[in-house]
Design a binder for this molecule. Sequence first.
Ligand code: PLP
Length: 376
Amino acid sequence: MSIPFIDLKTQYQRVESSVRARIDAVLDHGAYIMGPEIAELEQRLSSFSAVRHAVGCASGTDALVMALMALDVGPGDAVFTTPFTFMATAEAVALLGATPVFVDIDPVTFNIDPDDLRRRIGEVKDTRKDLTPKGVIAVDLFGQPADYDRIEPLAHNNGLFLVVDAAQSFGATYKGKPVCSLGDVACTSFFPAKPLGCYGDGGMVFAHNDEMRKLLVSIRVHGMGADRYENVRLGINGRLDSIQAAVLLAKFAIFPDEIAKRQQVADRYAALLADVDGLTVPTVAPGNTSVWAQYSVLARDTAHRETLMAKLKKAEIPTAIYYPKPLHLQGAFAGLKYAKGDLPVCEAIAGRIFSLPMHPYLSEQDQTAVAEALKG
Ligand SMILES: *Cc1c(COP(=O)(O)O)cnc(C)c1O
């Protein structure tokens, strides 16, 4: 029997009756778009995240686009972010005509390095007369919060906004605070493989004040004004489907328990893998919690990674590499003219990292099999 990388089947067996009841309710009332489930989910998740407002939307990508539109990002603006993330983070910036400026990462947490952020903000101010520094997007990679106590003052003292890309970290905490309560705006994704996932695409934007909520709600539906046939600005079709909200409401009931289970799985991995030669297990910064969207480990070097991944493959244990190619080296951003060596920590990590199966239902037996395969 092979081990799944992410086990949505076991989870479904657990929530099947409530998911079906919730979906049936949507089929009965028929409000497939902006039905009552949307407001209910927004209320639940904003209160869970200790933030005033939540605005459901069609994906994590749309959450980022809507947040950046609400923050008035456009051509000539520089938005500082990490190159070690999923494409959507920097894509959202570029889609609005603004310029992503990549910042190197911390070699332990893999999140944006505040020292390099300071350097790169200064560099743009001093040498890029064509760009106006506008904002920072921090990403909580693999579910672990970025270093907000250092990032937030750096952003705000330079007049920049801070967007939290919590697509992988919904449910995590930074010094006791839910990650979606941080920054000026926080964004998350409910893609099925994320810690809280629906059965399709979905996302959410979190905001602190009524003005920001109003903007996001307008942008979500083509920049609507008093009603949907009055358009006061440009927007998108960024709505969350009622059926996806229904699925999320059912799954949210077990989410806190799933977070605890993910932590148990991570703790077990740390113990089981401690003596694998040349392998570095992930570290969560003290005072913070991760929701372990991925359990990503470091091999000694690229050749060692190949060896370890081959051992796991032979034991029919799936692995993945997040991310093999940093965004500054992607063809889509060739126009930004980055070269190999520009973000050395990120590039080195991309050559060594790989991820092991991680989900709340991973058994001790299966984790032992992973450890044995790595040691074999
Ligand atoms: C998944 C992800 C997104 C995009 O979310 P979608 O729902 O797939 O559009 C954005 N940023 C990060 C860091 C992600 O992991």
